[in-house]
Design a protein around this ligand. Structure first.
Ligand code: DGI
Ligand code: FE
Ligand code: FE
Length: 396
């Protein structure tokens, strides 16, 4: 009787975090075989538009595990039409392996929503659940949920301590588009992506028409942030028309201003290293602010945007002394686009319609006040921006 792990997912793309998890599952559960199953159309999420077709994802999975003899890659979900439910897949695997022990491998997010899956009782009739958890997961919540499921579904649940790499597939896709994902992928998978121009890894990304630029940019954002980015772009274009600067530059800067926002601190630093961005101490210690600087470099180097656009992206978070009209517009549009909702936003919107400097000054002041309240450091550029306006217009 063999012990078989079932490892499903979109593998879009398969990255080193998946391989690490797979090795740890194998070791800690003493598995004889792991079946890796790329999903056709996962019921829990719709795939983004830069998802390569099934044949590419299958090939990438095969390349990713080519040195692990105990892994088989299965196309069982790819050849089936319609939605692929885990219950259906497991029924087929149970027929194929009638007397072996099956373990369904998953992370804690998936585990904690297990009851809302399609026919969970059928799943647990075929397989035990194996859940990889990280240090930061609350063991009490997991154990409570496990007790509940074990009672209700008469299943066995195994917890496995796991040291996942801190990268999500979303950020790996973004890093690929920014030509900085080598260390997150098996070299053969990376080569395959480059050769086939997958995940926007190609040299036709410069000076794109706005509609295409927008589509690509939005696909690289966290979906929750998409309305904000569209709002910022639309607002920037409107303000540009009102204040006599190029509306095309404005909407392009707006659609790209947070292009690297989905990346974590480590990924931000990787981009800085890749593109020779030199950081001062303040920047190194405040990685949240880095997305403005890395965004500007990506706008220039990947998308071939002009200097006005890149500078506006660069200064959208902190501002600086002596800002150009477009820089002010992006700063303000980011602050008061229609999806923003906080006390004082209406005042900011009405000032933006009458005087850009007044709106900029209020925005800077509100940010400083917030930072002070939260006991956060105020950076030199934010200080310089506000001082510059104070001297020029004699604000109080
Ligand atoms: O990227 P968005 O969320 O759309 O907005 P943003 O780029 O303006 O970032 C806002 C964050 O930046 C907010 O959490 C405050 C922070 N921030 C801006 N200036 C400073 C700052 N944080 C510190 N510590 N110091 C600053 O001077
Ligand atoms: Fe931002
Ligand atoms: Fe923003």
């Amino acid at each position: 009787m063999a012990r078989i792990g079932i490892f499903g997912g979109s593998f879009n793309p398969p990255h080193l975090g998946h391989i690490l998890a797979l090795r740890e599952f194998r070791e800690k559960l003493a598995l004889d075989t792991v079946v890796l199953i790329p999903a056709a159309n996962p019921p829990h999420k719709t795939l983004t538009r830069n998802t390569p077709d099934a044949a590419h994802r299958l090939q990438m999975c095969k390349l990713a595990v080519r040195d692990l003899p105990y892994v088989q890659v299965s196309d069982i979900e790819l050849v089936r039409s319609g939605k692929s439910y885990t219950a259906d897949t497991l029924r087929l695997l149970r027929e194929k392996y009638p007397s072996d022990e099956l373990f369904l491998l998953m992370g804690t997010d998936m585990f904690l929503s297990f009851e809302s899956w399609y026919h969970p009782e059928e799943i647990t009739a075929y397989a035990a659940l194996a859940v990889a958890h990280r240090n930061e997961d609350d063991p009490e919540i997991l154990q409570k949920y496990a007790d509940k499921l074990e009672k209700k579904l008469h299943t066995n649940i195994y917890f496995v301590e796991n040291s996942f790499l801190p990268h999500s597939s979303t950020s790996v896709r973004a890093m690929l588009a920014f030509h900085a994902a080598q260390t997150y992928l098996d070299p053969a998978v990376h080569d395959y992506i480059v050769k086939n121009g997958l995940y926007y890894y190609n040299d036709r990304m410069k000076e794109l028409p706005f509609e295409l630029l927008s589509e690509i940019s939005l696909s690289l954002h966290d979906p929750k942030r998409v309305p904000h980015v569209i709002g910022c772009s639309d607002t920037a274009k409107r303000l540009a028309l009102q204040y006599g600067v190029d509306p095309e530059n404005a909407r392009r800067a707006g659609i790209l201003h947070d292009i690297t926002k989905a990346l974590n601190a480590e990924e931000q630093l990787k981009l800085c290293e890749t593109y020779d961005i030199i950081l001062d101490n303040f920047e190194r210690n405040h990685p949240k602010l880095l997305h403005a600087k890395t965004g500007a470099v990506i706008a220039e180097r990947i998308f071939g945007e002009n200097k006005l656009v890149c500078d506006a992206i660069c200064w959208h978070t902190t501002g600086k002394a002596n800002m150009s009209t477009l820089e002010k517009i992006i700063y303000i549009a980011d602050y008061m686009e229609p999806n923003r909702c906080f006390d004082g936003v209406e005042k900011l919107r009405s000032l933006a319609n009458s005087d850009l400097d007044d709106a900029l000054f209020l925005g800077l002041q509100m940010t400083m006040e917030q930072l002070r309240q939260r006991k956060k450091d105020i950076g030199p550029n934010s200080m310089a921006a506000i001082r510059f306006l104070e001297e020029r217009k004699k604000y109080e």
